[in-house]
Structures are given as structure tokens and as C-alpha cells.
Ligand binder design. Structure first.
Ligand SMILES: Cc1ncc(COP(=O)(O)O)c(C=O)c1O
Length: 629
């Protein structure tokens, strides 16, 4: 008999999406595996959380794992190197990490430190990001690629940095930007390193389809491109133009889209070379996707290729196009952000309480109750597997009729409460019957939708903004009890008081489901949920909805002995901090509160002896975490 699949795989599909980074221990704990050291035993995630809790670091928190990040950098760089070796491609790969994808100092510092061995560089899309890039000790061959709209100050800093030894490439986004660069370069008397951003016409599938191709906001069309080339030639700076850049898109689902776009980029490259532009670098931007769902198909949250295939396709396509046009192979540059950093961190939070969509018992119908109450209660009498659909229909009908009666004033609040509880008890029994049934039915799907609500200690808007904004899916699983059959299904609601602050799409083994299988909340310990692969964009794009600030962030290193080292702790925002972000002065707030307390004492509404307690409560709140403590 084949081994039975563990629940973690058969329900949550962990084996499908985990990429070998996450597994489940026999005791049901989710555990982290060290990709850099296969000998290391997986480390229990609830164990790590308990340890952090003892050190005073509470959830919600973002947990970054050093080797998860390093593994991805190594994977991308070695996959390019292998494809280059295998195909006899005659130039190296020089990747850059786009700082916008995760600007946190801990992350960028680590990427630079580990990436040095691969001459890995940085992409800066703004002045502040260039300032970050220039504070890092990159290898002598690493690039800094400057994209985005640039003013004179940006351009001056980029050009001056060449004198320190940085390879800072200014990618020209428009003819106007070329004028700024020419003027600053001439004024400084320094040759800049230049690139041109070419707008490709190929449309790329996926979430960003409508902003790719002609609709892309960035890059020059052919007419603008030729004007810039002529202008640089006229200004005696054409010899500085060595890089061609096109951003293929983000999270490209279909690898054949990559091939098509790269082929088009090569056409520009070979034609520009023919025009006398001394190009040496071809930058293909971002786009390498992450298989969030593990489906391995060209879909919004999945991809139909892996890193090795992406790299091979680029190397082969460029090599072939250049050979055909008899142009020297360019140094290959990509700006993969998501694929490098997404898997490196996870968001962990505790469930605060639940609103259950069923009840273990039902009250008796009282003599004075409306006759529809008896009809509702009578459903219980014919609730057998063969008639479960009929019972579900009847229960909903009577419940809805009773609600209508309540709205019109024919039944009172107590009767309505009894009716709701009878209904919820019927729900519990219907769910039991459906769960025990071997056949799936439409009712099964219906019941998944009317799940419990688990109220969780996090803010969707702060920690998972793409889930809210663009329907991003991340794998989500309970972090414990995965050796026990989950007995409930829930949607997750966050701690903001916004009805959008909820998650109701979940990656499961065989479907994207409207509710997550979960366990009844244990009474004696926290019940944690983990949201995986949140290291790209989420930390950066999050906002202060309801003034929930940054969560605690910890970076850990997995130790071969099954323990972990705490490499860095970044405390989450205090209330005083988030107030100052929205232009309140916490000291002014405290002074205003103190004044009101004193006035209340003068009017005899507050006792003088309570003044200290009241002010201390206000001050403590100011200094506290914005989340449920
Ligand atoms: C110019 C540029 N480069 C790189 C990236 C990173 O893309 P990805 O995270 O898909 O690799 C982006 C993001 O959209 C971008 O705009």
C-alpha cells in the first residue's frame, strides 16, 4: 500500500509550493529547512516563535531567514553561469537587485555582502535608492543601474560616483533626460556611463499585461531612441552609451513571453550596434516570477518555468540573435527582484478569536415563538445524509423568512437570537454530514464559503498590501497541529476595522479555496498562522491604514544543531512613531491629554489621585506596539 500523504501535503499542498524551504515535523509543527545545508534538521517555526516570545519579541512579526535569501541569489547567478558555460556564450552575467523590491537595510546589506562573489549589483529607481546603493561596498565589476525619472542632482551624483570606482549607469528614459545628462556631463567634464531604455512592443501576460508593450509608461519608442542616439553623437558622448535596457514585466507567467520579448530586445540591440552605438550590456529588467501556488502553470500567481529554464532561454535567445547578426555577445544583466527576495521572509501572526458559523446545540422553541421557528427547528427531524441538500435549502429559507419578520417588527430580538442559534446548530450538523460523505457535491463548495471568521493580529494593508490591491496569493498555513485533521474552515480577518481587511482565497493542494482549513482554537496556547513568500514588495508598499505600523522584524540564521541565531531585531513601530508619520507631535498629544485631565479634575469629574494613573495609561499606549499585545 502506498504511504498515505501527510495532511500538510494533501490539504495545504506544502510539498507543492514550499520549494524545499518548509516542511512539517511529526509533531505537526511547520519547520524551516536550511537550503544551504541539507544535513541540518528542520527547525520548528512555533519553537522559534516561542523562543522569540521569551526574548520579548512578539507577533505579528516578519521573519527573515538568511540562507533563504542567499540561496536565491546563488541560484540565479549559478543558473546563468551554467547556461553560459553550456551554450558557449561569450560574455558573463552581471545581475542587479532592484532596491525598490525590498529596501530594508538588512536585506540590501545582505544581498550586497553575499552577492559580491557574483559581482552582483544594485538597481536604483530613484535618488534615495541611488543614495542607498552608493553606501554599499560593491565589487569592482558590479553595476549600479539607475532607472526612473532623473533630475540634475540625481545625474550629478551618478556621474561623480564613477570617480570613486562605481559602475553607475544612467539609463536614459527620454530625450529630455538626455539633455540633462549632456549638460551635467559637460559641466563636470566626466564621461558618464549611459544606457537607453527601449520600449518593447511585445505584450507580456499576467497581472501587468495592460502596462506592458505600447502601454508601458517607461522607455522610448523608436523615434525617440533615434533622436537620443543622434543627440549623443552630436554632443560627442555616443561612446558612453554602452547599455540597452528593457524591463520585460513583473511575474511573467509564461516563459515563451520572455523569449519573445528578449528576441525583440535583441533586434534593437543589433540595430543600434549597426548604427554605431558601442553597446556592451543588454539589460532585460525584471520579470522572473515566483510560483506562489506551486501549480507550475502560466497563471497569475504561478509560472510555467523555473529559474534554470528562464536563464537558459535568455542565454540561448541572445546568443542566437547576436550570432545571426554577427554582433559580439553582450554582458547579460537582469533586475530580478521578486524571484530573489520573495521567498526569504514570512509573516507570522496569532489568531485573536473566532466567530464560528455554527453552534454545538440549539435552544428549544418556546410556545410564544412564531410558527416559522418550529418549522426551522423541525428540519433537524429529517436531517439525514440523503436529504442534506433539502435540509440546507429549508434551513436557509426559514432563517431568511425569520430575519424578514424581525426587520418588520413581528418577532423580537430574543426570538431572533434563538432562531439564529437553531440555524447555526443545523449548520454544524449539515457540515458534519457533508464532511463525512465520500462524494463531493455543490453543497461542499457552498459550505466552504460560509466559513468561520478567524480574527487575526495583523494588518493586511501594512503587511500584505498586494493581497488587497492586486489579488496576490501567498501560501498560508497554520503553523502547528498539522498532524491533526483540521475541523473548521475559516476566512481571515485582520485587526483593522476595514471590511477589505480580510483574506478569503487560499492556496490548497488541489484548488484555490474560499476558506482555509483550520483547527478549533486551542485554549492554552496561541494559534499561529504563517504567510509565506512575502519578501518582495510587501514590506515596502505597506501603508498605515488605521495607523497599524511596521511589525517587528527579525532576521535569523538556521544552525546545523537545530537551533537558530538571532542576527537582527528591528522593533515594530510604536504608536508615537506612527503618530509622527501622520504629522502629530506625540509630546503635543500628551500635553493636550494632560490638560484635559486637569480640567476634569477642576470640574470634579476626575479625582486628583487618579491623575497619575490616567496620564501613565496614555503615555504607555504611546510607547506601545500598534498591534494587539
Ligand atoms: C525597471 C524595473 N526593474 C526591475 C523590476 C523588478 O521586477 P521583478 O520583481 O518582477 O523582478 C521592476 C519592477 O517592476 C522594474 O520596474
Amino acid at each position: 500500500m502506498p504511504d498515505e500523504q501527510p495532511l500538510s501535503d494533501s490539504i495545504y499542498g506544502i510539498d507543492r509550493w514550499s520549494k524545499g524551504l518548509v516542511t512539517v515535523l511529526p509533531n505537526g509543527d511547520v519547520a524551516l529547512c536550511d537550503p544551504a545545508n541539507a544535513q541540518t534538521a528542520p527547525i520548528s517555526l512555533p519553537g522559534i516563535l516561542a523562543d522569540l516570545q521569551q526574548r520579548g519579541i512578539a507577533s505579528p512579526l516578519v521573519l527573515r531567514v538568511k540562507s533563504f535569501l542567499e540561496d536565491q541569489i546563488a541560484h540565479l547567478n549559478t543558473a546563468f553561469a551554467e547556461a553560459i558555460d553550456r551554450t558557449g556564450y561569450k560574455a558573463p552575467y552581471r545581475g542587479v537587485f532592484p532596491i525598490k523590491v525590498n529596501q530594508q537595510a538588512q536585506v540590501v546589506d545582505r544581498i550586497v555582502a553575499f552577492g559580491r562573489q557574483f559581482d552582483y549589483g544594485l538597481e536604483a529607481g530613484s535618488k534615495p535608492e541611488l543614495v542607498i546603493a552608493l553606501a554599499h561596498d560593491l565589487s569592482k565589476d558590479a553595476l549600479i543601474v539607475c532607472n526612473g525619472v532623473k533630475d540634475e542632482e540625481f545625474v550629478r551624483l551618478a556621474i561623480l560616483s564613477l570617480q570613486i570606482g562605481f559602475n553607475t549607469v544612467i539609463v536614459l528614459e527620454s530625450p529630455k533626460e538626455a539633455e540633462i545628462v549632456i549638460q551635467v556631463a559637460q559641466e563636470l567634464g566626466i564621461d558618464p556611463m549611459l544606457g537607453v531604455r527601449v520600449k518593447l512592443t511585445n505584450q507580456i501576460g499576467g497581472k501587468w499585461q495592460s502596462s506592458s508593450g505600447d502601454r508601458s509608461a517607461f522607455g522610448m519608442n523608436t523615434d525617440q531612441l533615434m533622436r537620443v542616439v543622434d543627440r549623443l553623437r552630436g554632443a560627442g558622448l555616443l561612446h558612453c552609451l554602452t547599455l540597452q535596457h528593457s524591463h520585460l514585466g513583473s511575474q511573467v507567467p509564461d516563459v515563451n513571453d520572455v523569449r519573445r520579448a528578449v528576441t525583440e530586445a535583441c533586434r534593437y540591440y543589433t540595430e543600434l550596434t549597426r548604427e554605431g552605438v558601442p553597446l556592451t550590456h543588454l539589460d532585460l529588467g525584471g520579470g522572473l516570477g515566483v510560483d506562489y501556488t506551486g501549480e507550475k502553470r502560466a497563471a497569475e500567481n504561478s509560472i510555467n518555468y523555473d529559474v534554470a529554464e528562464y536563464c537558459s532561454n535568455i542565454v540561448e535567445t541572445v546568443g542566437y540573435a547576436m550570432d545571426e547578426a554577427q554582433v559580439a555577445h553582450p554582458v547579460l544583466v537582469t533586475e530580478s527582484g521578486r524571484a530573489v527576495s520573495a521567498t526569504s521572509s514570512m509573516l507570522v501572526f496569532d489568531v485573536l478569536e473566532s466567530t464560528l458559523y455554527d453552534a454545538p446545540d440549539a435552544p428549544d422553541v418556546e410556545p410564544e415563538d412564531h410558527h416559522l421557528m418550529s418549522d426551522l427547528a423541525a428540519v433537524s427531524g429529517y436531517l439525514v445524509p440523503a436529504r442534506v441538500q433539502e435540509c440546507w435549502n429549508d434551513a436557509r429559507f426559514y432563517r431568511d423568512e425569520l430575519r424578514a419578520l424581525f426587520r418588520r417588527g413581528y418577532i423580537d430580538l430574543r426570538q431572533m437570537a434563538r432562531a439564529e442559534r437553531i440555524y447555526l446548530n443545523l449548520m454544524a450538523r449539515i457540515k458534519d454530514i457533508v464532511r463525512a460523505s465520500e462524494h463531493t457535491s455543490d453543497l461542499d463548495d457552498e459550505l466552504k464559503k460560509i466559513a468561520d471568521v478567524y480574527h487575526c493580529n495583523f494588518s493586511l494593508f501594512q503587511s500584505l498590501p498586494d493581497v488587497w490591491a492586486i489579488d496576490q496569493l501567498h501560501p498560508i498555513v497554520p503553523l502547528q497541529m498539522l498532524n491533526e485533521q483540521p475541523d473548521r474552515r475559516a476566512v481571515l480577518s485582520d485587526i483593522t476595522c476595514d471590511s477589505d481587511g480580510k483574506m478569503d482565497k487560499f492556496i490548497l493542494a488541489d484548488e484555490i479555496a474560499p476558506s482555509l482549513p483550520v483547527h478549533s482554537l486551542p485554549e492554552d496556547r496561541p494559534y499561529y498562522l504563517g504567510v509565506f513568500f512575502v519578501g518582495a514588495y510587501q514590506e515596502t508598499l505597506g501603508d498605515l491604514h488605521n495607523l497599524f505600523g511596521d511589525t517587528n522584524v527579525v532576521t535569523i540564521d538556521l544552525r546545523p544543531d537545530g537551533g537558530f541565531d538571532l542576527l537582527h531585531e528591528q522593533e515594530g513601530d510604536t504608536i508615537a512613531e506612527v503618530l509622527s508619520y501622520v504629522e502629530y507631535d506625540p509630546a503635543d498629544c500628551l500635553a493636550a491629554f494632560r490638560k484635559m485631565v486637569d480640567e476634569a479634575i477642576s470640574r470634579g469629574r476626575v479625582k486628583s489621585s487618579d491623575r497619575k494613573t490616567m496620564i501613565a495609561a496614555y503615555r504607555d499606549s504611546m510607547n506601545g506596539y500598534t498591534y494587539f499585545e
